[in-house]
Design a protein around this ligand. Structure first.
Ligand SMILES: NC(=O)c1ccc[n+]([C@@H]2O[C@H](COP(=O)([O-])OP(=O)(O)OC[C@H]3O[C@@H](n4cnc5c(N)ncnc54)[C@H](OP(=O)(O)O)[C@@H]3O)[C@@H](O)[C@H]2O)c1
Length: 328
């Protein structure tokens, strides 16, 4: 198939392109570009989607996979650039997010749950507050412009090699150092992740299958908690003798810990956005690898999977919080 990927060089898109090339598809990447563009075997068209889509004036594709739309204007402008109803782009695939929902319904939330509504639908400011509502508006714009053949992919936390966020990589690196590792409760917080490589392969499979509609991409299949995730990660990468000390969430909050301080911590209360119902994806052939395999690969590929400075606890802060946990 001829596939146009909008984005495709960083993390999620990079894995989509990798999977598409491995499956023998012809791939065109549209992005701003730079000296270090990956995928020399693919065609690159350079432009800024915020106003400079002229390089898409020529060409025809079977599907367009849009990995970097954050506001609905970007979806509409892309549709215009690809001809009537975006027709030269073929089937439109929007990489959206499980953050689109109005309420955190928890592990039972299916793809038809109501979507978030923004107070100001004209905002283009992407923040933690507006991200999900803006992605929901992108989804509506996608169907409006490209029609009902549109495929909307809603991933949960994406992890694995090339992840620039450090969110999961922090935990892999921390466990690999060994010793006593502090984690903050509630340990039964529902949690799902998807390895970027499994997401990329599944997106390509859905495109090959001609899928449309919305689908979660989250695993594992059975209910999973943050404790399960950390234990599986520890088992995969930690030296013998590494232990986890759980600090009560309310005590951590009282000691000044905020969700910004600790990756994957949602605060002291259970947050049901951590999990959605992934049944539809599994029914369509989603086959995620075990999280432990992802952990081992993240460690092996630490050169391309950096943890941004300031992510997680410093050794001193961790020692303080362990002392606090032990005093309770
Ligand atoms: N990470 C998660 O946990 C998670 C969870 C759920 C959903 N998602 C969704 O997954 C996607 C994340 O994608 P990613 O960043 O990893 O994807 P990516 O496609 O690998 O990287 C972003 C791409 O967009 C290009 N780009 C950025 N701004 C552009 C512009 N103005 N014009 C043209 N190209 C532009 C960048 O290339 P240049 O710099 O060369 O332009 C790069 O190729 C997002 O849609 C996000 O909402 C992520």
């Amino acid at each position: 198939m001829r596939l146009l990927v909008i984005g495709g060089t960083r993390f999620v898109g990079r894995h989509v392109v990798d999977a598409a090339l491995a499956a023998g598809h012809e791939v065109t990447l549209f992005h701003r570009g730079g000296a270090d563009d990956p995928f020399p075997q693919a065609e690159h068209r350079h432009g800024d989607r915020d106003g400079d889509l002229a390089v898409l004036a020529e060409g025809e594709w079977d599907a367009t996979i849009d990995v970097c739309a954050y506001v609905p204007r970007q979806v509409r402008a892309l549709g215009d650039a690809l001809g009537l109803s975006g027709g030269r782009g073929g089937r439109y695939v929007l990489v959206s997010s499980v953050s689109v929902y109005a309420d955190a319904d928890g592990p039972g939330a299916t793809e038809d749950a109501p979507l978030a509504v923004l107070e100001d639908e004209d905002t283009e400011e992407v923040t933690g507050e507006t991200y999900g509502g803006l992605k929901a508006l992108c989804e509506y714009a996608a169907v409006e412009v490209f029609g009902t053949s549109t495929l909307v992919v809603r991933p949960t936390y994406v992890v694995g090699p090339y992840d620039p966020t450090g969110r999961y990589t922090y935990w892999v690196q921390r466990f690999a150092r060994g010793g006593e590792v502090v984690a903050v409760g509630p340990r039964e917080q529902p949690m799902q992740v998807v390895d970027g490589r499994d997401l990329g392969a599944f997106v390509v499979r859905l495109v090959e299958d001609g899928a449309s509609g919305a689908v979660h991409v989250a695993g594992p299949r059975s209910p999973y908690t943050v404790e399960d995730l950390l234990e599986e990660t520890r088992a995969a990468v930690a030296p013998a003798g590494t232990s986890i000390t759980w600090l009560d969430g309310a005590a951590a909050a009282a000691a000044g810990v905020t969700p910004a301080d600790l990756p994957l911590w949602h605060g002291p209360d259970l947050d049901w956005l951590g999990a959605v119902d992934p049944a539809a994806a599994f029914a369509r052939g989603f086959a995620p690898r075990p999280v432990g395999d992802t952990a081992a690969d993240v460690l092996a590929e630490s050169g391309v999977t950096p943890v941004p400075d300031g992510t997680g606890f410093s050794p001193e802060r961790e020692a303080e919080l362990i002392a606090l946990a032990e005093s309770l």
